[in-house]
Design a protein around this ligand. Sequence first.
Ligand code: ARG
Length: 463
Amino acid sequence: MKSDNQKYKIKSLASNVGDFTVSLHYDRRLYKQDIAGSKAHVSMLAYKNIIEKEDAETILKALDDILYEIESDQFPWNSSLEDIHMNIESRLFDKVGTVAGKLHTARSRNDQVVLDMRMYLMQASKLTVNELKKFCLVILDLAEKNIDQIIPGYTHMQRAQPVLFSHHMMAYFEMFYRDIKRFQSVYESSDVMPLGSGALAGVTYPIDREYVADILGFSKISSNSMDSVSDRDFIIEYISSASISIMHISRLSEEIILWNSEEFSMIKLPLDYTTGSSMMPQKRNPDFAELSRGKSGRIYGSLISILTIMKSLPLTYNRDMQEDKEGFFDTYDTLIAVLSVFGDMLKGLKIDSSNMETPIEKGMLLATDIADYLVAKGLTFRDSYSIVSELSDFVVSSNKELKDITLSEFKEFSEFFSEDVKNITPSSSIESRNITGGTSTKMVSKAIANARKKLSELDDNEL
Ligand code: ARG
């Protein structure tokens, strides 16, 4: 009996290298793309009279049967056939005999594998944009629901100035919106149809590459066959965009973990998004935020991995490139899972405003506002800065709060203080920052409205 490899005239490998070269366990995820790509290719071959129409019909029908077999779990996977491409082609031989040998006319596995990956990434980028969009909507709802909530804003992890919680959340909207733009650009980079590049130099048949691109939904075809079979930039772009996005997630996770701690007590996470400790019955741990923060490790790992795989590879295709897939699939799965779980967790987040007043009132979060007040009275900013700096030392060292300081105490620091200094409050501080990008309620509400508009326009353009 013929071995599977002999069936379509490929030389067998030494028995001990077999497993080493196998990628089937992860590249079988490309089955849909592989079959769609083969169908488009074979249709074009018939359209261009490179093969007979009847043969094309036979192959097309058998490819549909194979798709059905895979989706209904009846496909006889065979890892001795290395990868998804050879499994499908071999199954085609089982079904239609020697006619199957016509499918690979004017095609190489080198352009075939990159076609599959490009199609997969086009879809993955769209789905990632969708998940990011849903995530952004959760952020916007959270910002809107808590529009009046003032929190301490920090620099150097020191209380700095009061800000609206919604302003803080909108900072994250900006980050995730930039991520959306990056994944749209990954789509653009992936949207290049490589078939026709052959193994590396192009093919000798009068094929119609645009015809294939149209069927498969590509808007461009590749311009250089050598680049085409050896380019993995689009995968690197996906993983690097994912790295930036998971970095944003991990910053938000960190804040949520801190805010949820007893020391901050600023928020309460939904109970079903916290876990107990096996030993300490009182604990509710923010595991989902922690895990999301930790997932950045594996995505960065995949980025370093693909960059290292590609570094120094001579043109054109090298088998090293088979190693591009696991890191990408893992990155994609991880990012989608994190965005969806994290989004659901954020939906249930509650602000604990009872504890918020102390950190805002204590300390000198209004120091800049007081300095600005003195500037309005005619002092230079540097003079007023040094006056308020002394005032601040006094308030802190006498363990007082700013609102307890009397006018005569104020006047000891500067004659320019008068009764209206008492009008400086956390909310006056917030509302006075009424410039684009500032934290006033008006500006933040406007930012939320703009953000909703930008997200809805994404629908219209459909990437
Ligand atoms: N499994 C291979 C990969 O993922 C497919 C391409 C193989 N090409 C070749 N010339 N051996 O890269």
